[in-house]
Design a protein around this ligand. Sequence first.
Ligand code: TRP
Length: 349
Amino acid sequence: MSEMGERAGMTGGAAARVFSGVKPTGHLTLGNYLGAVRRWVAVDQHQADALFCVVDLHALTVDHDPARVRRLSRQAATLLLAAGLDPELCTVFVQSHVDEHTRLAYLMECTASVGEMRRMVQFKEKAAREETAGVRLSLLTYPALMAADILAYGTDEVPVGEDQAQHVELTRDLAMRFNRRYGPVFVVPRATQPPVAARVMDLQDPRSKMGKGTVVRDGGAGVIHLLDEPDVVRRKVMRAVTDAGADVVYDREARPGVANLLDVLAACRGEVDPAGLAAEYGSYGALKRDVAEAVVELLRPVRERHAELAADPGYVDKVLRAGAGRARDRARPRVDAAYEAVGLLPAGV
Ligand code: TRP
């Protein structure tokens, strides 16, 4: 059976195909690392044929500076390798190097409705910050491209942060709708989330996610970047907002600041129970000191490896070129089949 037929018919049991992406719109954060990347390294890349993509086309949906996108794309790819993705085990590549993504995105736009796109929370939030008329059209259609990213590869599992669950849900709907209308071309994927600290919150605003975009809001003081120097990490943690009350208890609603610190500490230690950790601490200061050291130690090997890799850009380029080749080979048969299924004449080459 062809690779595509085999996988479209796959019902589980065998190793799952995994696909995920990072958007080069900012420096990768501790939230990206604990919420997603660490698990890609520890678990997901060991599954059959996992693909990890720097989704650079998605960075063009908002005002962007070309030089910055270029720099951040290279940095994101380098950081993924520094964090431990192994090109011998998985495929690391850049989205714009593989035309199948945009080819399939068009078919996804022809499968989705305007109403569905408008309902996406991320679109509503971003569009609310600007005049809708001036918002790039690609910001609205972005989930069609994301669906294409996922569906082109016959993906079973999409390990992402909680904030992306709605986009993966839409991807499932589009896959099922397409298959119903035109025949069984796509595997219907599902989102998977790590058990601990899927959602690290901003240290200055613990009710908002620690995201790359947060930098604008609070000058970056609440966001730890993977390449922050140890002293910068310590300063940010020590200045994290805590809550009224001096005792350390785990209560996400009433004490979001302290709960977030406990979540981060639990995640750094690989424990599942942040509430249990609270009992070890009598003061916020002691908790913060331990969080700071835990994060510094967690990031140290990543920073060191990044420095080595950044000194050898030729190596990173080579990995990305090989990755794009492998990704193209995986995606093309399925995208060709989708083109044919919707009624487009095969090019016959
Ligand atoms: N939308 C994701 C984010 O903002 C990035 C992304 C694009 C992605 N395509 C993807 C994630 C495909 C997983 C799979 O973080």
